[in-house]
Design a protein around this ligand. Structure first.
Ligand code: NI
Length: 169
């Protein structure tokens, strides 16, 4: 297992929608293992494959309490098929958007269809924090970042700050 580098904003790769996984082969299993290594090393609660340079529609997340140890779930080709209500995701952040947090409006409840890492179909409803994480990661797989869902003014401020930081590196 390898810890992979996290691709950060404004890298255009984060804007490319990922592709559906057709065959869950060794490459996909290795990707999931590497994503797990990377997510816990950061640490983060969720990670999309395109954040580590893969164009496959795969996400990994773990919203269980940290003291219970790692309990990652991989979803392949996840899709939100139903959504309702709204909730405020406070101080949302992203490993690909360094040093920035903002409140984001998210759906309150979602229904997700996906495959697990063995190719078994999953179909479940979720709400609360788990649904926020899944909405964030499924956005990633479609080339969307959480800063796309905040006010234009706040986004501009972040873009400017990030540009300045990158010049200093
Ligand atoms: Ni993210």
């Amino acid at each position: 297992m390898t810890i992979r580098d996290i691709i950060t904003y404004p890298d255009p790769f984060l804007r490319e929608p990922t592709h559906k996984v057709e065959v869950i082969d060794d490459e996909i299993q290795r990707l999931i293992e590497d994503m797990s290594e990377t997510m816990y090393a950061e640490p983060g609660v969720g990670l999309a494959a395109n954040q580590v340079g893969s164009d496959h529609s795969v996400l990994l997340y773990d919203v269980s309490p940290r003291e219970e140890g790692p309990n990652p779930t991989a979803l392949i080709n996840p899709e939100i098929v139903e959504k309702e209500g709204s909730q405020l995701s406070e101080n949302e952040g992203c490993l690909s958007v360094p040093d920035f947090r903002a409140d984001v409006k998210r759906y309150a409840q979602i229904r997700v269809r996906a495959l697990d890492r063995n190719g078994e179909p999953l179909d479940f409803r979720t709400d609360g924090f788990e649904s926020i994480v899944l909405q964030h990661e499924i956005d990633h797989l479609r080339g969307i970042l959480f800063i796309d869902r905040i006010s234009a003014l706040k986004r501009q401020l972040y873009k400017r700050r990030r540009k300045k930081e990158l010049r200093q590196v």
